[in-house]
Design a protein around this ligand. Structure first.
Ligand code: SF4
Length: 495
């Protein structure tokens, strides 16, 4: 047996063992929060041995310590989730975090020039039962769905490369008739499903718990007046009902919210966050309105000031409340910047087009004509990865909204084709406004970057997020040159 194969088996055995240790730890915990925290930390200490694992271990020690919300969060997991879900979803996710770097190194050894991300997003169907304003779901029919054998092949190819975390989107994923069969078949992987919650009745919630390796992410854009305004009357009630069903069944679930200029205040309010906690939500993603697709409305984009507010509120929530909300943009500081283009994730749409990001509707490869491996090592994806992080200041990480000219250059140079009507408009018709927006964001976020503790994250990106040290140094120098005079004085102040 080749040394590499033995190494992989040893690694898999260690991973399985770690999953068992953490799963048992989570299954055995009782009602005493202090004892639980101690027990879980012991299990994490037992598993953590590498530099990367040590950083994650330290984070857990702090978060579960006095004055932090980790213990309450843990209490919520124990109160609300079924042991099957703890073992098959939570323990697996923890282990995936702890072993990600080792696995990445191993994948490199196996796949050579292919950068294998940790996560694949896939939209098998664009159909939806709702008819939201500005959405095209109504124009899709069953024949536009991804064939189940293609979906299965994609998951299998991804798993063979070492990817075992899948996010399913749409359309409404629960409308896709093969969804749960796929989740059941690929039971060594875990799935997050972005849904309106419409199809999550008690029976469905019980089924999800039985599967264990799946967590719905319920889309909700604020209280009834906001959620109903986009989806139709009664949509908010449907969300609340789905959350109740999931909580009562013992499922892990999160929220996802589209943040616009109009709903940002309510979504950032204490009452709203507390309501989500009461409903049983454990984590969630905030997605800023992106001016992508046909006829985007620039006025819906949160202003740069609002964007900073989201950053502050989410940071505060993670330190003070027993929920983990994340902001897809300003939390770029946690990931070492943009994760698209297969650095950490990519998206495959219902037609099989492999796109760098869920918001970047351009592609050069389609999985009907190539393997997933070939798509991941495409020059288009490589060019994106080469430029990441797009700035040393990862509070403005996004090549679409923070560095639009750079993204458009890559798209043009690589001859990537639009996969959605109007995809070019963001970078052509709206380019002047996009640049103006990016400049205003830079004004605010560069100040925040200087004043708060974000630079301290820099070295961690190398350990946690695979940002090579030399590249990081290069970006730091570029940033310094752009912002400071040779004497060290801020250029802004000198003006
Ligand atoms: S392209 Fe923008 S939205 Fe997509 S992963 Fe990168 S930073 Fe996030």
């Amino acid at each position: 047996m080749a040394t590499g194969t033995i190494g992989r088996i040893v690694q898999q055995t260690k991973k399985d063992l770690a999953e068992k240790v953490l799963g048992q730890a989570l299954g055995l915990l009782g009602n005493d929060p202090d004892r639980n925290a101690k027990y879980l930390l012991k299990a994490v200490d037992h598993v953590a041995s590498t530099e990367q694992q040590a950083v994650i271990r330290d984070f857990f020690h702090e978060w579960l310590g006095e004055g932090y919300p980790g213990r309450e969060f843990l209490g919520r997991i124990l109160k609300n989730t079924h042991p099957n879900v703890r073992q098959r979803y939570i323990a697996r996710m923890l282990v995936s975090m702890l072993f990600s770097k080792k696995e990445v190194l191993e994948r490199h050894e196996k796949w050579g020039d292919v950068e294998v991300p940790g996560l694949m997003l896939i939209s098998p169907s664009m159909r939806c039962n709702y008819r939201c304003e500005g959405c095209y779901a109504a124009s899709y029919s069953r024949k536009d769905d991804m064939k189940p054998e293609v979906f299965d092949r994609l998951l299998t190819e991804a798993e063979n490369m070492g990817i075992n975390f899948f996010v399913v989107l749409g359309g409404e994923p629960f409308i896709y008739p093969h969804l749960l069969d796929m989740v059941a078949k690929h039971n060594r992987s875990f799935f997050q499903i972005y849904t309106s919650g419409f199809f999550i009745d008690q029976k469905m919630a019980a089924k999800l718990v039985e599967l264990g390796n799946v967590a719905p992410q319920i889309s909700v854009n604020g209280p009834a007046e906001f959620t109903d305004a986009s989806r139709g009357k009664g949509a908010f009630k449907t969300v609340m009902r789905a959350m109740d069903n999931l909580r009562e069944a013992g499922c892990v679930f999160g929220f996802s919210s589209l943040v616009t200029r109009q709903n940002v205040d309510v979504i950032c309010s204490e009452e709203w966050i507390d309501m989500l906690i009461d409903k049983g939500v454990l984590y969630g993603w905030l997605f800023l309105y992106m001016p992508v697709g046909k006829d985007p409305d620039m006025d819906l984009m949160p202003t740069p000031e609002q964007r900073d507010k989201v950053r502050q509120v989410m940071r505060h929530c993670r330190r003070a409340k027993a929920i983990i909300p994340l902001d897809f943009w300003s939390d770029g500081a946690l990931t070492g910047g943009c994760i698209a283009g297969g650095r950490e994730y990519f998206h495959v749409n219902h037609r099989g087009d492999v796109e760098p990001c869920i918001f970047c509707h351009f592609s050069t490869h389609n999985i009907h004509q190539c393997s997933l491996k070939d798509a991941l090592r495409s020059p288009f994806f490589s060019a994106i990865r080469e430029k990441q992080p797009f700035s040393y200041n990862t509070l403005r990480p996004c090549p679409i909204i923070d560095h639009p000219s750079e993204m458009w250059n890559i798209i043009e140079e690589q001859g990537a084709k639009a996969t959605h009507v109007g995809a070019e408009d963001t970078f052509t018709t709206f380019m002047p406004e996009m640049k103006e927006y990016a400049a205003k964001v830079a004004d605010i976020m560069d100040d925040v970057w200087e004043k708060e503790d974000y630079h301290e994250w820099g070295p961690k990106w190398t350990v946690l997020c695979r940002v090579p040290e030399e590249k990081l140094e290069k970006r730091r120098e570029e940033y310094q040159r752009a912002h400071f005079c040779a004497c060290g004085m801020s250029k802004k102040k000198a003006e």
